[in-house]
Design a protein around this ligand. Structure first.
Ligand code: PAF
Length: 283
């Protein structure tokens, strides 16, 4: 495994592969089993796997956790080594010192869910992913379904901009009590950690409710009530179309739809999602 922080050096190494399929797994480090599953999927689908580790300042808001974002690089490198990653790309900076002048912008897909309380977040994400794609020139790239809005937006970026890269989603990896694995779970104390598992339970409850009604407001109300009983106030709890991410007030049971939740628990802002129909759970 080669650990490379220099862009030209990485490109020099990658230029020697002309027949091999290259997969990119973009990350911000602090790798956990969720990332491991992305890497394993990349290994199954491609010949060469590149993992990038870069905490992208452009996708953090002024009061978010950029300065405290965990950076356990040695641990991350051991994870990559154990998983047989070929290249770990660890750039110190991906933007010009004088600041970036030209970036990408997301329209309607970022005006909902996380985009409402994090107004520039997805512009920052697509800009950095575009830069990473331009540097690595992968055939395919893997992103977790836990960040479903991000996955949808990146798939749309690749299609709108004719980038010719296959963007593949990988299912959410959960703790035994259902809490989605996330780098931010480490901010939770023991009580908050127990409370956080209720997010998963609330989604199972809503899946069940959705079998009995097409009125999504009723389903959401059931979820909100359950979470409130467990002391959790949501930033949002919404049921949205999987492709357009538009909010659904009525669900016809055919249309692929998902439950989306964001909640602040202690210092951690947790997000999660699940298909509304349990038959197509976690594709
Ligand atoms: O999901 C993440 O870790 C980040 O948003 C990504 C895709 C690596 C871009 O910085």
């Amino acid at each position: 495994m080669k650990v490379v922080s220099d862009i030209a050096q990485l490109q020099h190494h990658l230029a020697s592969f002309d027949k091999e399929q290259i997969a990119l797994v973009p990350t911000m480090g602090c790798l956990h089993e969720g990332h491991v599953s992305l890497i394993q999927k990349a290994k199954r689908l491609a010949d060469i796997v590149v993992v990038s580790i870069y905490v992208n300042p452009l996708q953090f808001g002024a009061n978010e956790d950029l300065d405290n974002y965990p950076k356990p690089l040695e641990q991350d490198l051991s994870v990559c080594e154990a998983e047989g990653v070929d290249f770990v790309f660890t750039p110190e900076q991906l933007y010009p010192e004088s600041g970036i002048q030209v970036g990408l912008h997301v329209n309607d897909l970022s005006q909902t869910l996380c985009g409402v309380s994090r107004p520039h977040h997805f512009d920052g994400v697509v800009t950095v992913v575009n830069i990473l794609f331009n540097i690595v020139r992968p055939h395919l790239a893997i992103f977790g379904e836990k960040d479903f809005q991000q996955l949808t937006i990146i798939q749309r970026m690749v299609s709108d901009l004719h980038m010719g890269i296959e963007v593949i989603g990988a299912e959410t990896i959960r703790e035994t009590d259902g809490l989605a694995k996330s780098s931010r779970n480490r901010y939770l104390n023991d009580d908050e950690r127990t409370q956080a598992a209720e997010i998963y339970q609330s989604m199972l409850l809503m899946q069940n409710q959705a079998k009995q009604t097409s009125d999504m407001q009723q389903v959401i109300q059931a979820g909100e009530t359950y979470l409130a009983q467990h002391g959790i106030t949501t930033d949002y709890l919404s049921i949205n179309d999987e492709t357009t991410l538009q909010t659904l007030s009525v669900w016809d049971k055919q249309q692929p739809a998902r439950i989306f939740i964001a909640a602040q628990i202690g210092k951690a802002r947790l997000i999660d999602n699940m298909p509304l129909s349990s038959t197509n759970e976690e594709k």
